[in-house]
Design a binder for this molecule. Structure first.
Ligand code: BG6
Length: 480
């Protein structure tokens, strides 16, 4: 059993969940800045999947009393040196972060970038490279310039493509000597679902939301293809991948109808990677579009562009598996933005996400069989409530167990022939939850002293998993 030489061990983050520095140095509003924290008795019930409206935006922009944790994050913007030093101490080979698009183009449609924003990422990438850490950069991770949402209804408008391409070209040119690994859109299959994430779609501006969401996906596919082409042209030695929230859905029983349901679930999920990796729309979507009266507006040249702009590798997040069933009865459980029926063979996290390490191997095989391109697990991990002991220590053995089990399955998949490039567990340093805006849903090896309301010193400290992961990396996965 062994991981290949040069395997990219590291950790993952996103600008909107950890940078803070809201509107600082010329940054504009992002859709994520309007996500309000609400205290909930049952965190499994909260979902960010409610559509976003113009009224919601106006409310958030005027609100003086609410808590908006994604505006302050964990203040990485001012503490990046300390944080990257800790990543280096763990031996990270790579560090996944995203660039905040509205930090570079505050409204999204300016012709010239914000120099102060560009300088910030120069400093961050230089700091990584100082320790030999390869930055792995997502162009758009769950945030979108609010200006473009209000003006063009986000990705529903074709005009957004040109603004995105300009942004992508600016950052490729600026960081061409510093960044060799890129991702286009984080969890592209989730983006269309709510304006709060990266779609920027305001529900009141459309009378057919599903049509708007799939039209937005089409525009993102084109934006992705243009970014891939620009990346290859500007940084010939770089690799650029897509990013999917992988939802592995098992048939509930051997009932053939359940098996069909799992195939349909794959279609819903893999539609996005099918387009970004194979370069064309899969035939199975025709029926879906017809059923929901969706007509994708395409222009001449779109299909050609999709064929030309296929990605070099596939990256994905994997937190859990789910159940596909022809029987709608049965107990439900929460999940990574989407819920599912309960699987009696699996345990769940405190937030109801079903923990399934073998499911990761199942998914690695399925994706590699289907696409035959290198795979990269760019998110995985356990959101949990950590307890700080009197002496300051944090014994997160549950997190170590979760990761050990998943890493073992990765090793088996590699042994069984899967080409896996790397592993960047989510939230390597505690940060704001994407779905609930909580701070207490922690994923990190590094603890950050801050509560759900934003109180705390922001001091960083090492959990037990810090030393454990350091050892995993030092032995290239041999000692787990
Ligand atoms: C993924 C996202 O869906 O899951 C991350 O790409 C997110 O941005 C992560 O933080 C974990 O989800 P949550 O809701 O627990 O933060």
């Amino acid at each position: 059993m062994g991981f290949p030489e040069g395997f990219l061990w590291g950790g993952a983050t996103a600008a909107n969940q950890f940078e803070g520095a809201f509107l600082e140095d010329g940054k504009g509003w992002s859709t994520a800045d309007t996500a309000r924290y609400t205290k909930l008795d049952d965190p499994t019930k909260f979902s960010l999947l409610q559509p976003m409206t113009t009224a919601d935006v106006a409310f958030a922009q005027a609100d003086q009393d609410g808590i908006y944790p994604k505006r302050y994050g964990i203040d990485f913007y001012h503490r990046y040196q300390e944080d990257i030093a800790l990543f280096a101490e763990m031996g990270f080979k790579t560090f996944r972060l995203s660039i905040s698009w509205p930090r570079i183009f505050p409204n999204g449609d300016e012709l010239e970038p914000n120099e102060a924003g560009l300088q910030f990422y120069d400093k961050v990438f230089d700091e990584c490279l100082k320790y030999g850490i390869e930055p792995l950069v997502t162009l758009s991770h769950y945030e979108f310039p609010l200006g473009l949402a209000l003006k063009h209804n986000g990705w529903e408008s074709r005009e957004t493509i040109a603004h995105f391409e300009r942004y992508a070209r600016v950052v490729f040119n600026r960081y061409k000597d510093k960044v060799k690994y890129w991702l286009t859109f984080n969890e592209i299959n989730i983006i269309g679902m709510t304006g709060y994430l990266s779609g920027g779609i305001l529900a009141d501006k459309t009378d057919h939301l599903l049509q708007a969401q799939y039209q937005a996906a089409h525009h993102q596919f084109l934006g992705s293809a243009l970014a891939v082409k620009a990346c290859h042209e500007i940084i010939p030695d770089a690799k650029i991948g897509n990013m999917l929230a992988r939802m592995e859905a098992y048939p509930e029983t051997s009932n053939p109808n359940d098996v069909m349901e799992s195939i349909y679930a794959d279609h819903t999920n893999l539609f996005y990677s099918d387009v970004q990796i194979r370069g064309y729309y899969p035939a199975y979507m025709d029926k879906f579009f017809k059923k929901h009266q969706i007509v994708i507006q395409k222009e001449a040249g779109d299909d050609q562009l999709l064929r030309e702009g296929t990605v070099d590798f596939m990256s994905f997040s994997y937190y859990m598996s789910s159940i596909a069933s022809s029987d709608t009865e049965g107990e439900e459980t929460a999940g990574n933005l989407l819920g599912s029926k309960k699987n009696p063979y699996l345990k769940s996290s405190d937030w109801g996400w079903q923990i399934d390490p073998v499911g990761l191997r199942v998914t690695l095989h399925k994706l590699y069989d289907r696409y035959q391109v290198p795979l990269f697990i760019v998110e995985n991990g356990l959101g949990a409530k950590d307890v700080v002991e009197e002496d300051g220590s944090i014994h997160d053995d549950y997190r170590i167990d979760y990761m050990r089990d998943h890493i073992q399955e990765m090793a088996l998949a590699i042994e069984e022939g899967v080409d896996l490039m790397g592993y960047t567990p989510w939230g390597c340093i505690d940060l704001i939850s994407a779905s609930t805006s909580e701070m207490s849903k922690r994923y990190g090896f590094i603890y950050v002293d801050q509560d759900d309301e934003g109180n705390g010193t922001l001091a960083r400290s090492k959990k037990d998993s810090f030393e454990w992961y350091k050892k995993v990396i030092a032995t290239n996965g041999a000692d787990i």
